[in-house]
Design a binder for this molecule. Structure first.
Ligand code: FAD
Length: 302
């Protein structure tokens, strides 16, 4: 059996595998797609110590770094079941069952898409999902934020400080964000909020040039000219394959303590699949390191 089996090959998983292997313990990593969300990213400007890099390049160096160590790398494999017996069993979709003393879950998350015409076409050409990452690309430009929950309104407030104008589009008749965020939002001079509207299309030619929405009470169609659209309707953790025994938040995020341990002893978690409040590459890597050291600490005590 493994001492540490990492499930997920994004920044959190790669970091966890390296930290575990450096303890000289038997380490494996299973990843459906090595690199994770980083593979979908073009420019990265906030990975500290690198002024600029690109997703596929960073993903390749993650893999290269992992392969410097004695780690069993199982790529293109998806885990479908985890069960704690004497050892922890992880079953893959191909039927193989891996056994390990500890497991680090780092299966990440995915942004929920609005699924309107133009969204997929203009991804990275004006359609963005992460204000911390891509906000500065729209300095002085006009943007829309789709979604009036906490993440949407936080994004709108954040963006209002760098872009020229923010249009917020919320499907429901009311914003769902906390009152204090709404107050802050409404105090800003360069924000317009449209509630009870349905996004119909993100328009553009080679990049985004506007957004079309429908007023749900009248059925009237409106078009706003702008350069960017931030989709903020939820980040879904890839945890639906896990059993009930691993405690999760209402959103499905694995609840971890300061050692990266989940509610099941021996099962650790790191990165975007956890209840970490901020989802970023550097944060995922830090939590991967924490989970690996947490798992090592658990191993020497059990
Ligand atoms: P992920 O990167 O999501 O990796 C999850 C891994 O788990 C993948 O290998 C996946 O294939 C695997 N996996 C999932 N389910 C299973 C399963 N059942 N079995 C086996 N493997 C599984 N952050 C920044 O800091 N700067 C940026 O500029 C930036 N830009 C971004 C741009 C875009 C378009 C997106 C989508 C995200 C961006 N982020 C950025 C966020 C950043 O990519 C994430 O915070 C980070 O990748 C999270 O790392 P992770 O390892 O937790 O998860």
């Amino acid at each position: 059996p493994y001492d540490v089996l990492v499930v997920g090959g994004g920044p959190a998983g790669a970091s966890a595998a390296i930290y575990a292997a450096r303890k000289g313990i038997r380490t494996g990593i299973v990843a459906e797609r090595f690199g994770g969300q980083v593979m979908d990213t073009v420019g990265i400007e906030n990975f500290i110590s690198l002024k600029y890099t690109e997703g596929p390049k960073l993903a390749a160096s993650l893999e290269e770094h992992v392969k410097e160590y004695n780690v069993d790398v199982m790529k293109l494999q998806k885990a479908k079941r985890l069960e704690k017996k004497e050892l922890i069993e992880v079953e893959l979709e191909n039927g193989a069952v891996l056994r390990s003393k500890t497991v680090i879950l780092s299966t990440g998350a995915r942004w929920r898409n609005v699924g309107v015409p133009g969204e997929a076409e203009f991804k990275n050409k004006g359609v963005a999902y992460c204000p911390h990452c891509d906000g500065p690309l729209f300095i002085g430009k006009r943007v829309a934020v789709i979604g009036g929950g906490n993440s949407g309104i936080e994004a709108a407030i954040d963006l209002a400080g760098i872009v020229s104008h923010v249009t917020v589009l919320e499907f429901l008749p009311e914003l769902k964000a906390d009152a204090v965020l709404q107050e802050r939002l409404y105090s800003l001079p360069n924000v317009t909020v449209h509630k009870n509207v349905q996004t119909k299309e993100i328009t553009g030619t080679d990049k985004v040039n506007g957004i079309t929405y429908i007023e749900r009470d009248t059925g009237g169609e409106q078009h706003v000219e702008l350069e960017g659209v931030f989709v903020q309707i939820g980040l879904v953790p890839n945890t639906d394959w896990l059993g009930e025994d691993i405690e999760r938040t209402r959103m499905g995020e694995i609840v971890v303590n300061s050692h990266g341990s989940s509610s099941v002893p021996g099962v650790f978690a790191a990165g975007d699949c956890t209840n970490s409040p901020f989802k970023q590459i550097i944060i995922s890597m830090g939590s991967g390191a924490t989970a690996a050291l947490g798992a090592f600490d658990y191993l020497i005590r059990n």
